[in-house]
Design a protein around this ligand. Structure first.
Ligand SMILES: *[C@@H]1O[C@H](CO)[C@@H](O)[C@H](O)[C@H]1NC(C)=O
Ligand SMILES: *[C@@H]1O[C@H](CO)[C@@H](O)[C@H](O)[C@H]1NC(C)=O
Ligand SMILES: *[C@@H]1O[C@H](CO)[C@@H](O)[C@H](O)[C@H]1NC(C)=O
Length: 171
């Protein structure tokens, strides 16, 4: 009888500890998505603490900003984190797990355009309010990717290869 209630107490304690651990860390799907982004933002000295370790609290990683209550990623400061002499195409589908992302800094990364998961209907980054693309290699037609960002309040597209007048209707 005593052993049984002790067992119940121990398992209860275990559940409490597990629940506590989950609310302490970041969302596992966001941690995995961040680690996937690291192969593009590959400057070896910049994102050193972005590790592929299950349960690692990505809210404490450098350049990641979380909402302290919800533990969701709300800001990514990825400016000047890509090491390459070559231009690259950023896969926007990789941002799909960041449903609460509000600020995204992508300046100075030699981004020459965007790719996605063909046929994917979901528009990533619906809550994005600040987007900084300064100092990349984007051209006018790359901006069609920005059309669905209905919450956008601040957009920096200076220092790219845009020409002429830009139609921002629908942005
Ligand atoms: C953080 O998340 C909570 C709960 O989802 C929300 O009520 C709050 O407005 C968020 N705060 C910020 C700064 O995003
Ligand atoms: C990245 O952008 C943020 C926001 O504009 C700025 O505070 C920060 O200094 C920038 N970091 C680098 C390395 O340029
Ligand atoms: C972009 O990422 C998604 C999700 O990981 C993947 O399914 C898709 O094939 C990628 N697209 C390209 C063009 O690499």
């Amino acid at each position: 009888m005593v052993a049984k209630s002790l067992w119940v107490q121990l398992t209860t304690l275990l559940f409490i500890i597990q629940g506590w651990r989950q609310t302490e860390g970041c969302l596992e799907q966001e941690r995995i998505a961040l680690f996937q982004l690291k192969s593009f933002f590959n400057q070896p000295t910049k994102l050193k603490d972005w590790v592929d370790v299950k349960g690692s609290n990505c809210c404490q990683w450098k350049r990641v900003e979380c909402n302290i209550t919800s533990k969701r990623v709300i800001g990514l400061h990825l400016n000047f984190t890509r090491q390459s002499n070559l231009y690259g195409y950023l896969n926007v589908s990789l941002f799909l797990p960041f449903e609460k992302l509000k600020s995204l800094y992508l300046g100075g990364n030699k981004i020459a355009g965007f790719v996605d998961n063909k046929g994917e209907k979901v528009q990533p980054m619906m809550n994005l309010e600040v987007l900084d693309l300064f100092g990349n290699l984007l051209m006018n037609n790359d901006l069609t990717y920005l059309k669905g960002l209905s919450s956008l309040k601040s957009l920096n597209i200076g220092g790219n290869q845009l020409e002429g007048s830009i139609d921002i209707r629908g942005m």
